[in-house]
Design a protein around this ligand. Sequence first.
Ligand code: SF4
Length: 300
Amino acid sequence: MKTAVRKATETAMQQLKRMQRDSGRFKFTAAKVEKMAGRAIKALTTHLKNGEFQPVGYEINFGDGKGFPPIQVDIDAERKIFITGQIDRVDVYYKDSETSYVKILDYKTGNKNFNLLEVYYGLQLQLLLYLDAYLKLNHAYEPGGVFYFHINNPYVTYKVGMEEEEIEKGQMKQFKLSGLVLEQLDVIKALDKENTGSIIPVSLNKDGSIKKGSSIATTDQFELLENHIIDAVKDLGTQILEGKVSAKPFKLGEKNPCQYCNYSTICQFNESQPDNYFDKLENLSKEEVWQRIEREKEGK
Ligand code: SF4
């Protein structure tokens, strides 16, 4: 595996201009990327070896004339939204001849974590939107889980006498998937058969029950969440079509998109100016999010 990663890094380097290639700074970055890629691949392989899910597709495109057609969301009979995108990887667990579960994986270089509250507020639509689109194309499958996989360079605090195995374990923990898992023991075991606790955001108690705090959802809840995000996309589309495009950034706790925005000098949003205010979102527990989503269904 090491050789394959080295070859891939070298091939990528060959595509750069000689001057860039030969700079010390670039050589350092290339070595770092090579190490990062090697560790990430090792973690991905470990995840697969410890489960029953098998990859069935990589870089699955929607729209742009490649792969599948764009994801279509109908606002009403005349107005439609077409979304383009790419699912980094799809795995399937073939439980028996009639039941199969899908796992959607998105690779991230930043530290984005799955957050149910942000999904609820329409701030994290991608994973659930991809799951919904994939399930609509493959009606025989059921949701198994949606995850972010962080490609990073994990550091472990070294303690004198630490064995290499312990260091590796520490590194592996930092590659733990962030996402939402189907609340079903056979699927949980198909994702992490030894219940290592360092692959998926779900842990089991000694008696085999699911530990409190695990990131889980039932099949019905997955469906409710998919419907909820489709409604959120429709709502966003309607607002844009109605010309509602004023700068009204969200604020969730202290988090807001203006903190790292490249366009702040153009939009000039400033809370001290009249009519410039944040859309303050209420902080809710996971239980409250599910209750609200369930109430939405009843209200329909
Ligand atoms: S700075 Fe302006 S453009 Fe950027 S996130 Fe805030 S409101 Fe939006």
